[in-house]
Design a protein around this ligand. Structure first.
Ligand code: NAD
Length: 454
């Protein structure tokens, strides 16, 4: 397999992919080693994962560089991602004892009723490239804390990061037969689906997620899918600082080049604030510095995958043909690297793919609405259900709107954020199951009921 730098199109490294025999061997090693890992006291597993987070901190610059080189994320955003991962590990390790220890539900003379949270066994994590630390940590850290062994398949676009994670986990004390990386793309993913894992945890697109969910179903083991989104954001008429709201919401749309599952993907603005908001938003986007992701101050790097340039180009073309206006951007940036100009479209509507299909790139459509009712109707008009956001001065008004949206997360005066203490998961085509929070810690366990008499 060849790994290219998306900013320069240079070959970074070539390496051998896994094959049927090698993944089978890795699975057998994991399966044989897992019972011993499970028997290690939880406190010790917590200490090991805390050491992993210290190693992420100690190696921050080096691993941020690897991440930037292989996926093209601006260096500061790579550092931010790893720091965000460290904060998540702190929450997960800090709460593991509370949520993974046995719970005595009843204790009276002659009878104890107890719940024990047993690990699933050997789990398979097939992952995405856009936030390999964050989406990886959501899965393999709680899985390891709960006593599982993990086969981790990083995306073919984030293999070097996957191997760096493996190296640091081993240095922190996770045995080499408890966490293993499967190297390769779709074909290696397919091989993993043929093995008898005790749970599958997938992060990626709806198309792949649906396929994996169907394939795993006959195994009768848990299969969680964290998938894409078309996340809406509504700006009401009672915002006071339009410039600040425009800047914050543009960041929600363009951070990591729009390649976040919870990127703001479509914006609705109350007609009373529409013109002013669009002006401020476009000014903000025009101020973004595009360039080589290793240069400090660059906010827009290349897209990670070359094919995505065509998806964005097609969405813009389709929108313009149906009457949209390009306020800024609109085309590929010529030269080396997979660059697309940050693009703002107005006069958009829901016949356009840019308002219905995941863009996963630096393009956003802004649409005028007359009231909250119209905003809600448009926000709900999607097959996805990851996040939704409302900006305005009234918490009550925002909550009333958000409760009508069928999404896993609601935001008021913020967007594109994740908290380790809260469940993270999508509805409808955005997925099934949650990671993070107490529910995400327990997602890697099976509760066993004990009725103890005597
Ligand atoms: P993808 O679906 O193309 O690939 C994801 C993973 O699946 C990769 O490791 C890939 O090698 C593997 N894969 C592909 N085909 C397979 C098959 N037939 N069998 C087994 N494995 C297979 O997605 P991507 O491009 O890596 O990630 C982008 C998508 O992920 C976007 O839709 C984004 O919104 C979503 N995402 C969601 C979340 C979330 O938390 N909800 C987080 C990050 C990314």
């Amino acid at each position: 397999m060849k790994i290219f730098n998306p900013a320069t199109e240079e070959l970074i490294q070539e390496m051998a992919e896994d094959d049927k025999l090698s993944v089978e061997k890795k699975y057998e090693d994991l399966h044989a080693a897992q019972p011993a890992w499970r028997r290690i006291p939880l406190k010790e597993r917590i200490t090991i994962l805390q050491r992993f987070s210290e190693l992420l901190e100690e190696n921050l610059e080096q691993i941020a560089l690897i991440l930037t080189q292989e996926i093209g994320k601006p260096l500061q955003q790579s550092r931010n991602e790893i720091k965000g991962g460290i904060a998540r590990i702190q929450w997960l390790t800090g709460n593991a004892e509370k949520y993974l220890s046995d719970e005595i539900m009843k204790s009276e003379k002659g009878l104890e009723e107890k719940i024990s949270y047993e690990p699933l066994g050997v789990i398979c994590n097939i992952s995405a490239w856009n936030y390999p630390y964050l989406v990886g940590i959501n899965v393999f850290v709680p899985a390891l804390l709960a006593g599982n062994a993990v086969m981790y398949k990083p995306s073919e676009y984030a293999v070097l990061t996957g191997l760096a994670i493996q190296d640091l986990l081993q240095q922190s004390g996770v045995h080499e037969n408890i966490f293993k990386v499967a190297v390769g793309g779709k074909e290696v993913g397919e091989l993993l689906l043929q093995l008898p894992f005790d749970g599958y945890f997938f992060t990626g697109s709806y198309q792949t997620g649906k396929y994996i969910y169907e394939k795993v179903a006959p195994k009768m083991v848990p299969c969680q899918c964290e998938l894409g989104g078309k996340d809406p954001l509504y700006v009401t008429d009672d915002i006071s600082d339009v410039k600040a709201v425009a800047a914050a919401t543009a960041d929600g749309a363009f951070y990591n080049n729009g390649q976040s599952c919870c990127s703001v993907e479509r914006i609705y603005v109350h007609e009373k604030k529409y013109d002013q908001y669009v002006d401020e938003f476009v000014n903000e986007v025009k101020s973004y510095k595009a360039g080589l992701p290793l240069e400090e101050g660059v906010y827009i790097g290349p897209l990670t995958r070359k094919e995505q340039l065509n998806t964005i180009e097609q969405q813009v073309k389709d929108a313009v043909e149906k009457g949209a206006q390009i306020k800024t951007g609109g085309k590929k940036i010529e030269g080396k690297g997979y660059y697309f100009e940050p693009t703002v479209l107005t006069d958009v509507n829901h016949t356009m793919s840019v308002m219905k299909e995941e863009s996963f790139g630096p393009v956003i459509g802004i649409m005028k609405v007359k009231d909250d009712e119209e905003a809600v109707q448009l926000m709900r008009d999607t097959e996805y259900g990851l996040t939704a956001s409302v900006y305005g001065n009234s918490k009550e008004r925002a909550e009333k709107i958000l409760e009508q949206i069928d999404a896993g997360t609601g935001y008021w005066n913020c967007c594109d954020r994740v908290s380790a203490a809260l469940p993270w998961g999508g509805r409808k085509h955005s997925g099934i199951g949650v990671t993070l929070s107490h529910a995400g810690l327990r997602a890697f366990t099976r509760p066993k009921a004990y009725h103890l008499k005597g």
